[in-house]
Design a protein around this ligand. Structure first.
Ligand SMILES: [Zn+2]
Length: 418
């Protein structure tokens, strides 16, 4: 049997796909609910078990492990020059309620694989290397999402985050203590040389193009808004149509108008109505209040801006048609441009390894967005089958994943030894 020609990696240093897969499949046992998927909510028992497994692996690989007050985990492989900050890699180990096995997990466990590969080759690096697991990236149980990296970057106040409650009223701080990950290290005082995050694409561009490595230059500008709709409760029977001020109907019109804007700017533009709260939400009662969350995105920041202002303009007709008050209670935006030097390094390394790669943008938020505010950052995407994610059928092919793991490995090596 002829082996397929593999690119010659510098020094023969190549990540071990089988070993990485074993780690991914061990992770896939922790918090498995639906077959093929993961349900590993932040700070749950399953999260604790995975954190314990991750820290054990890192200690076995010779790392010192520290966690900070929001439970971010830093596993450090010492460098020859400990006066220099560490080159870091990482992502998250928590998942959505119905999540997949690779979203986030791949980036952290690829970090573990890098430690193991360097150990197998007895390589010492000039700068230390750190593998980071950020707390609660998904935001499925505790809001806001990207909690650990937000605290690290100083985007949100630690006290507020520790007080965030899940739907049963349990606080983040309590759960961190319960699972043993309320660390003593101050949040965000850690100086990182740079940060590289490998993540599945969560889109289908790489999968369909046959290219295995995405060099992520940044993230699409997302414009989000929370819209409040005020109507009047009334019995649904006796109230004539012209007297109705149904907040639910107002919200429905807003959702439909937002969707129309997405279609207008498709395929590059996307708009989403994602969350609706209705009060009192009772059968037979017209709603007095509704709250709707919307977001608008486009690769061109100016166009996502235009989509948002078209939404604002469209509210006038929604008000009139539903005879309700509508106001935008809160607006936000996020988007990011990664560090040009880190991006260029990833690209150069891919070229050196003769691995085809393409530049692309991210459609979803990642911890790297926040980390990029405090350290030079880049991301690498690997293909995920048909772009399916946040779903138990999320899947990857190892043969199409290893190119980006090796690009990550050699990027970190080059960065740590420069
Ligand atoms: Zn993720």
């Amino acid at each position: 049997v002829r082996r397929e020609a593999t690119p010659a990696y510098p020094g023969g240093i190549e990540a071990n796909g089988e070993r990485l897969w074993d780690a991914l499949m061990r992770s896939a046992e922790i918090g498995a609910r639906r077959p093929g998927g993961l349900s590993r909510l932040a700070l749950s028992d399953a999260d604790r078990e995975m954190r314990d497994q991750f820290t054990t692996w890192c200690r076995d690989a010779g790392c010192t492990v520290e966690f900070d007050r929001i439970g971010n985990i830093f596993a450090r492989r010492a460098g020859m020059d400990e006066s220099q900050p560490a080159v870091s890699v990482g992502s998250h180990l928590d998942t959505q309620v119905v999540g997949g096995r690779f979203d986030g997990v791949l980036g952290v466990l690829a970090g573990v694989e890098i430690l193991r590969t360097l150990n197998a080759h007895r390589i010492q690096t000039r700068r230390a290397i750190e593998v980071i697991s950020w707390t609660n990236e998904e935001g499925a149980r505790f809001r806001p999402f990207m909690m650990g990296s937000a605290a690290f970057a100083g985007v949100a106040r630690l006290g507020d985050l520790l007080n965030s409650r899940d739907e049963n009223g349990v606080r983040v701080a309590e759960e961190l203590h319960r699972i043993g990950y309320a660390g003593r290290a101050p949040v965000g005082r850690r100086h990182l040389d740079s940060y590289f995050e490998l993540h599945i694409e969560q889109g289908a561009d790489l999968d369909s193009s046959g290219i295995d490595v995405g060099v992520v230059v940044g993230g699409h500008r997302v414009r989000g808004m929370r819209v409040e709709i005020h109507g009047q409760t009334a019995h649904s029977g006796p109230t004539p149509m012209e007297k109705r001020r149904n907040a639910l109907v107002g919200a429905a019109l807003v959702a439909a108008a937002a969707n129309d804007i997405g279609w207008h700017y498709a395929p590059l533009g996307r708009s989403s109505a994602t969350q609706l709260k209705v009060w009192p939400n009772c059968t037979g009662i017209l709603a007095e209040f509704a709250e709707l969350t919307l977001d608008f995105r486009h690769p061109e920041p100016a166009i996502s801006e235009r989509m948002a202002s078209e939404m604002e303009a469209a509210l006038t007709e929604c008000r009139t048609r539903a005879r309700v008050e509508i106001n935008i209670a809160h607006q936000w935006e996020f988007g990011v441009e990664f560090d040009p030097e880190c991006v260029a390094l990833v690209e150069t390394i891919a070229a050196r390894l003769e691995i085809p790669a393409r530049r692309m943008q991210s459609f979803t938020g990642h911890d790297a967005y926040y980390v990029s505010r405090v350290a030079p950052t880049a991301m690498i995407f690997s293909p995920c089958r048909e772009g399916i994610t946040h779903n138990e059928s999320e899947n990857i092919e190892l043969a199409r994943t290893m190119p980006s793991v090796n690009v990550l490995l050699h990027t970190v090596l080059a960065q740590a030894n420069r």
